[in-house]
Ligand binder design. Structure first.
Ligand SMILES: [Zn+2]
Ligand SMILES: [Zn+2]
Length: 390
């Protein structure tokens, strides 16, 4: 028997049994999806499989979000028992997107970019594309189905589904009945591959283009915006903030955006019929497409969006924690910070800005220094006073 750490022993791991059969993990598969397939191969539900092979209190663990949980001990145990490389196991976890899609300081719940297992504001249960499942030789649930920007399937041009098509129960892998494939509703046992889904009409093709754009950016780790390569994390953080901005804005204006009327109509409908079952998913596709639109023809569309909706610098940065440098700089270029009463400006900031300009051989003027400091060159009285003194 291999030496096991005290920690693992204390944590009540079932030590001695390796998995008997291990189906191959698919590219982009969710850890919970693959584990459910492993469980079914053993003739067990996910809950029972966890109790027998992984941990005595299995069900307690499967009730948590094992796809998002940062749990190196669990990954390690699974890798050993399945005889699969630990990096392959880690790739199945949503944590492998940390630093590209989201950041998280020991957070317990998924940040905005990732759908929680249950959140009625955006979806009902675990989402899926019925046609992807139907075309899979071994059906499996994809990681991207949990990304907030991924609301429709670009391959099949349909909206994702968030529940069973017959009994409307949410999809829960841990409760799924043991069958040869992971595609059955736990409540009525209906085949999820038969769920019908609304087709994305041609005039909404931009929505699919948007999803593809975000997906490619995530895969590459960067987006090409203007003439710059921008780290994907920055764009996804900006995505979350823009989504909040658009959501908040009544009568949003978006120049040249053909889906705007439909979006406004849907928002009105949602105010009255909150329970409309696919409403939030449709709305999400609009939001994703609008954010995509704002990043196109850079910086023109962003500028126009800002002007038409009378947005201020503060609107873009307020409540945005750990603002990435690229975003801050972009917004400052478009909407200069009118710092009259806001942030206190110190003498060292101003001297630092002057030093910086000299170092890069730029002209030192009241305007250029203010730009580096990030305030208005004449309106900000404190700045003017410090500048004149120096
Ligand atoms: Zn699909
Ligand atoms: Zn059902």
């Amino acid at each position: 028997m291999s030496p096991k750490s005290k920690y693992i022993r204390d944590a009540n791991w079932v030590e001695d049994y390796n998995f008997l059969i291990t189906p191959k993990p698919q590219k982009n598969e969710l850890l919970s999806s693959w584990l459910t397939r492993v469980a079914f191969a053993h003739g067990m539900t996910l809950n029972n499989f966890f109790s027998h092979f992984i941990r005595h209190e299995g069900p307690a663990l499967t009730r948590t979000d094992i796809d998002f949980q940062y749990n190196p001990t669990l990954w390690d145990i699974i890798a050993k028992k399945s005889n699969i490389d630990i990096t392959t196991i880690q790739d199945l976890s949503l944590r492998s997107e940390e630093g590209y899609l989201f950041t998280c300081n020991d957070c317990l719940y998924p940040p905005a970019q990732i759908r929680k297992l249950v959140d009625k504001r955006t979806h009902f249960g675990l989402m899926y594309c019925p046609k992807c499942l139907a075309e899979d030789e071994y059906p499996f649930f994809r990681k991207e189905w949990r990304y907030l920007f991924f609301n429709a399937c670009p391959i099949h041009k349909i909206y994702l589904q968030d529940r069973c098509g017959v009994c409307y129960e949410r999809v829960r892998l841990r409760k799924m009945p043991v069958k040869d494939k992971v595609v059955f509703c736990h409540k009525c046992e209906r085949d999820l591959r038969l769920t019908s889904s609304v087709k994305i009409s041609d005039e909404y093709h931009k929505g699919l283009e948007a999803i593809q754009w975000f997906q490619n950016g995530l895969t590459n780790g960067y987006f090409c915006i203007g003439n710059e390569k921008v780290n994907s994390l920055v764009i996804f953080q900006a995505y979350s903030h823009l989504r909040y901005l658009i959501n908040r804005q009544k009568n949003i204006k978006l120049d040249n955006f053909s889906m705007l009327n439909e979006y406004t109509k849907l928002c009105k409908k949602l105010e009255h019929y909150n329970s409309k079952k696919s409403g939030p998913i449709y709305k999400d596709l609009f939001l994703t497409t609008m954010i995509y639109h704002i990043f196109q023809d850079f910086p023109h569309n962003l500028q126009k969006f800002t002007q038409d909706n009378n947005l201020t610098h503060r609107d873009f940065v307020h409540e945005f924690q750990d603002i990435p440098f690229w975003y801050e700089k972009t917004i400052s270029d478009i909407v200069p910070m009118q710092n009259t009463v806001g942030r206190e400006i110190s003498e060292s900031e101003v001297t630092g800005a002057i030093k910086y300009l000299k170092r890069i051989d730029e002209k030192v003027t009241q305007e250029s220094v203010a730009e580096v400091v990030g305030c208005h060159s004449t309106i900000n009285k404190k700045f003017v006073k410090i500048y004149k003194q120096i």
